[in-house]
Each structure stands twice: as structure tokens, then as C-alpha cells.
Design a protein around this ligand. Structure first.
Ligand SMILES: Cc1cc2nc3c(=O)[nH]c(=O)nc-3n(C[C@H](O)[C@H](O)[C@H](O)COP(=O)(O)OP(=O)(O)OC[C@H]3O[C@@H](n4cnc5c(N)ncnc54)[C@H](O)[C@@H]3O)c2cc1C
Length: 487
């Protein structure tokens, strides 16, 4: 059979698997190819290599079942992948694998507006869900900055967050049912399409955030809410990160914002801030340590909450601008752009803007801290980074969630790349230690993937890692589902 192999001498194990697929599902085998290298197998993380693997593009749950059961029979590891926007290498194979790309399973099997339920294929993107619900006045709130490419399957697998999760909660709050292909190829449906569900273990939530290590999600029953009729986004410019964090804490105490985002001086300097300059001035005019907050309030009490917010901002002496509806998307693009560090071969889109770190070594981290420790966390992270020579830090935060995205950059560009990367890793290890000391966690929303496994063990501890292993072995006795990831 034709495997569209691009490697010189494909691994016999993978060739046997293609042949087995061709024997039972020739159409699926036509969409199979053996490839190698990060361009073909990477995501948006800084992973730089990937071993030869067989990629199949599944177009139905049945095709996923066929592929997974044949992989189990041939002892081949399985890596599920969606939109490849992951930032921790979760969808990147680390051993020769069968990569099942489910981004082509894009069915909308049901849309029940009054029952607040829709059944989607895993490849439907988050932006498409928004477009589907908007004409009905409904909203699916989780909104990662990667909405145009991130899939519902991938966001369930990572329990993704986003800008408006401070009020509406992250992905797990909006999932009712999951159809999952288990490691032996069986298809099960978990959960119910009801609001309250106390029957059996909560296996739906076991799968949410499991990063493809327990099965392939092939169908998702989401719920949604009525979209707020009104919302107001306010920009607030501060002369120091301390003042911005203090204001955010006061806001969270007094109000229920639907967005509370922060860009610190490093993050602002790395972005194109042109869209906000006419609204709020140049960051260099704000003070020594320019810091931007983006705070949105919405819902029926929007006028009262907006007035209260403006009073808080005035008391704090911030420069303030409330964004006009026609400027909303350009302003939000300043926040959305630059969360990632590289574009792994995928065409660069406006939604996958990468920070202009170019060839400069950079290391991303996504940590969460308790809200009561936010000020301390921001201070400690910045002071750790500045304690290292030639190391810059950029913090772009879902501040209202206590979720801080830290990018460490070797700045200026180093002569010795390896030495610079080692320095960034050393700084990052200290940052994770500090976050754990403050009662935080190693990942707030991007997951652990391949890149952050050592941090997961530090965070969870040996006993809890052992619990993860026991659960995995019960569902995946050969340990074939996305090996060496997540824990
Ligand atoms: C510019 C940019 C901004 C971002 N902003 C945010 C943000 O605000 N919030 C946030 O949470 N994340 C953000 N991310 C990270 C990323 O978009 C999320 O992690 C997203 O959930 C990944 O979805 P995906 O479809 O691209 O999954 P992939 O990258 O393809 O996969 C991610 C993980 O999920 C697993 N997986 C994928 N599909 C399935 C499936 N059907 N069944 C089982 N496992 C599966 C993979 O094995 C892998 O472990 C951002 C990324 C970029 C590039």
C-alpha cells in the first residue's frame, strides 16, 4: 500500500501499522504518512525535534477506533492531536508513534438551544463554536487567545482557560459529555447532557485535562449560556506592576469582572502597542515600570460595575480609557498576540502571533498562584529573573485568575545559545519553586505536556504521581496513550 512516506527508510514497525490500517480501512490509509521532524510533528511549543512517526488524519470516530485498536495490537504508542496550538509539546511525539490528527472530525451532531447543549466533533475550533452560537444570543465562554485554531478536543484535553474565565470558569465548567476512544479501541460516552449528574464516578472530569494520556476524545457535549447583552472593556495604565496588581486585587474584591488581564513592562516592550497608544499614550509615558491592565465588566449590572471600576482606577491615579466597541478587537489583539514563543511550521496567522523573540532563546512558563499571593508572586518572579545576567522577563497574565504567563528571554542575544538556555532553565526552576512555595501550581492552563514533566512531579509529589500511574494502567495497561507526557 501507498504510505506517502517521506523518510528515507521508514521504521518497519510503522510500515507494518500502515499496512494493517490499509487492510481494514483503505480510505484512512490514504490519509496516512510517515514523517519526521518538528515541522511535521510540532506544535507551538519550543520543542525542537520529534522522532519519525505515522500521522493519520481521522475523519470519524470509527476511523479513530480502527487506528487505536490496530496500534494496540501492534504495540505502537498513540498521540492524539488537534489544532497543534499547544505550548508544552503535548501533541508532539517523543517516541516513534501513531499520531492521530482529529482536527478533521468537525461535525455538529446536535444543537439544542433551549437545553443548552451541543454535540461537537473534536476538530471544531473555539472560534467556530462562537460563530455557531452568536446568532442565538448564546456564548461558550472559554476563550483561549488561540481561538481560531485551538480545537474543542484539544481544549478539553488541556482544560484550557482564556481571557474571560475569571468570571465564567475554564473549559471543565462547560463540558457535559465526552465520547472517548479508549486504549483498546472501545468507544465510551461519559457524563450526561443534564445540569446535575451524581451517577457514578465523575469520569468526564478525569478525562478533562488528561492531555491525551487516557484516550482520544472523539465527541464533546458542551453547554453554554446566554451572552451578556452589554460589556465594557477599560484600559488602565500604571507606572508600576505593584500598583497594577494592587488595583486588580481591589477590583476582584469589589466587583465581578469578566476579564482582568495584565501586561507588564517586558511584555509591552515585546509587542506592537500601536493600537493602544492613541487611546492611552505610550508606555514610556506611564512611568518607570509601565504596566497595563485590561478590565472588562459585563451583564445586567454593567453600568454600576463600570462606574465603580472607574472610581477605583481614579483613586489609584491610573490613566484610563474605556474602549469603544469598534476598537475592541484591535485592542484585544494586543493582549492575544505574543503568548507563544514560536510557530512550529504551521502557517503564521494573526491568531498564532509569536513573540518577536526570533532566534533569541526563550523559555515560556504558565503558573498559577492563589489570588492572595499575586503581588508576592509577581515580585518574586521578576526579582528572580533580574538576578540572572542577560535575562529578561515578560509577564502576560490572566491576573484575575492568578494565572501568570512568564516568558524568560536571553537578552541581549547570546553568543553561546546552550549556555543561555541553561541559564533560563535555572531561573525557571527557581520561579517554579517560588510558585509552589506560595501555594501555586506548575500549570494554570497550558498543561504539562512533554516540556514540564519534571515540574509536575515536584508539584504533585510521589504519592499523587503514583495515583496517576495506577489510573493510567487501569485504562491503558500497555501505557500506549501519549507516553511520557503530563505526569
Ligand atoms: C497564541 C496562543 C495563545 C494561547 N492562549 C491560550 C490561552 O489563553 N489559554 C489556554 O489555556 N491556552 C492557550 N494557548 C495554548 C493552546 O491553544 C491550548 O493548550 C489549546 O487547548 C490546545 O488545543 P489544540 O486543539 O491546539 O490541541 P493540540 O495542541 O493539538 O494538543 C494539545 C494536547 O491535547 C491533546 N489532544 C488534542 N486533541 C485531543 C483529543 N481529541 N483527544 C485527546 N487528546 C487530545 C494532545 O495530545 C496534547 O496533549 C495558546 C496558544 C497559542 C499558540
Amino acid at each position: 500500500m501507498e504510505s506517502k512516506a517521506i523518510t528515507a527508510r521508514p521504521s518497519p514497525m510503522l510500515v507494518r501499522l500502515v499496512e494493517a490500517i490499509a487492510a481494514v480501512a483503505p480510505a484512512l490509509a490514504d490519509r496516512a504518512r510517515i514523517v519526521e521532524g518538528i515541522e511535521q510533528l510540532g506544535d507551538e511549543s519550543p520543542m525542537s525535534s520529534a522522532p519519525e512517526s505515522l500521522v493519520v488524519e481521522a475523519h470519524s470516530p470509527g476511523e479513530v477506533q480502527t487506528a487505536v485498536s490496530l496500534a494496540a495490537r501492534h504495540g505502537v504508542p498513540v498521540v492524539p492531536r488537534g489544532g497543534r496550538t499547544g505550548l508544552v509539546g503535548g501533541a508532539v511525539p517523543v517516541v516513534p508513534s501513531l499520531v492521530i490528527d482529529v482536527s478533521g472530525i468537525r461535525s455538529v451532531r446536535e444543537l439544542d438551544i433551549s437545553g443548552r447543549y451541543a454535540h461537537l466533533g473534536p476538530g471544531v475550533t473555539i472560534a467556530e463554536i462562537g460563530e455557531m452560537l452568536a446568532p442565538h444570543g448564546m456564548l461558550y465562554p472559554p476563550d483561549p487567545a488561540s481561538i481560531a485554531r485551538a480545537t474543542i478536543g484539544g481544549t478539553v484535553a488541556t482544560n484550557a482557560g482564556g481571557l474571560r474565565c475569571v468570571k465564567y470558569g475554564v473549559t471543565e465548567r462547560w463540558i457535559r459529555t465526552l465520547d472517548v476512544v479508549l486504549a483498546d479501541g472501545r468507544l465510551v460516552t461519559l457524563g450526561h447532557r443534564v445540569v446535575k449528574d451524581a451517577t457514578g464516578f465523575d469520569l468526564t472530569h478525569l478525562i478533562i485535562g488528561s492531555e491525551g494520556t487516557l484516550g482520544v476524545i472523539v465527541g464533546i457535549g458542551i453547554t453554554f449560556c446566554r451572552a451578556p447583552t452589554d460589556a465594557r472593556l477599560t484600559l488602565a495604565a500604571f507606572g508600576s506592576a505593584d500598583a497594577a496588581v494592587a488595583l486588580a486585587s481591589d477590583t476582584l474584591d469589589a466587583l465581578t469582572p469578566s476579564m482582568c488581564e495584565m501586561l507588564d513592562a517586558g511584555a509591552l516592550a515585546a509587542r506592537d502597542t500601536a493600537p493602544i497608544v492613541p487611546l492611552i499614550g505610550r508606555p514610556s509615558e506611564w512611568g518607570d515600570d509601565p504596566t497595563l491592565l485590561m478590565i472588562e465588566v459585563d451583564g445586567s449590572a454593567v453600568d454600576a460595575e463600570h462606574t465603580a471600576l472607574l472610581e477605583l482606577l481614579e483613586d489609584a491615579g491610573a490613566r484610563v480609557h474605556t474602549v469603544a466597541p469598534q476598537d475592541l478587537e484591535t485592542v484585544l489583539a494586543v493582549r492575544r498576540g505574543g503568548s507563544a514563543v514560536r510557530s512550529a511550521g504551521a502557517p503564521q496567522t494573526a491568531e498564532a502571533l509569536v513573540e518577536a523573540s526570533g532566534s533569541v532563546p526563550a523559555l515560556p512558563q504558565d503558573v498559577s498562584v492563589p489570588l492572595s499571593r499575586l503581588a508576592e508572586a509577581v515580585g518574586r518572579i521578576r526579582s528572580i529573573a533580574s538576578g540572572f545576567e542577560r535575562t529578561g522577563s515578560r509577564i502576560a497574565a490572566h491576573l484575575g485568575d492568578g494565572n501568570l504567563h512568564v516568558l524568560l528571554v536571553a537578552d541581549p542575544a547570546p553568543a553561546n545559545r546552550d549556555e543561555a538556555l541553561a541559564r533560563l532553565h535555572a531561573a525557571m526552576a527557581l520561579i517554579v519553586d517560588a510558585v509552589l512555595e506560595l501555594g501555586g501550581t506548575a500549570s494554570g492552563e497550558h498543561g504539562i505536556g512533554a516540556l514540564k514533566r519534571p515540574f509536575a512531579a515536584l508539584d504533585l509529589g510521589a504519592d499523587v504521581v503514583e495515583m496517576h500511574r495506577s489510573i493510567k494502567l487501569a485504562l491503558d495497561p500497555q501505557s500506549l496513550m501519549n507516553p511520557e507526557k503530563a505526569f
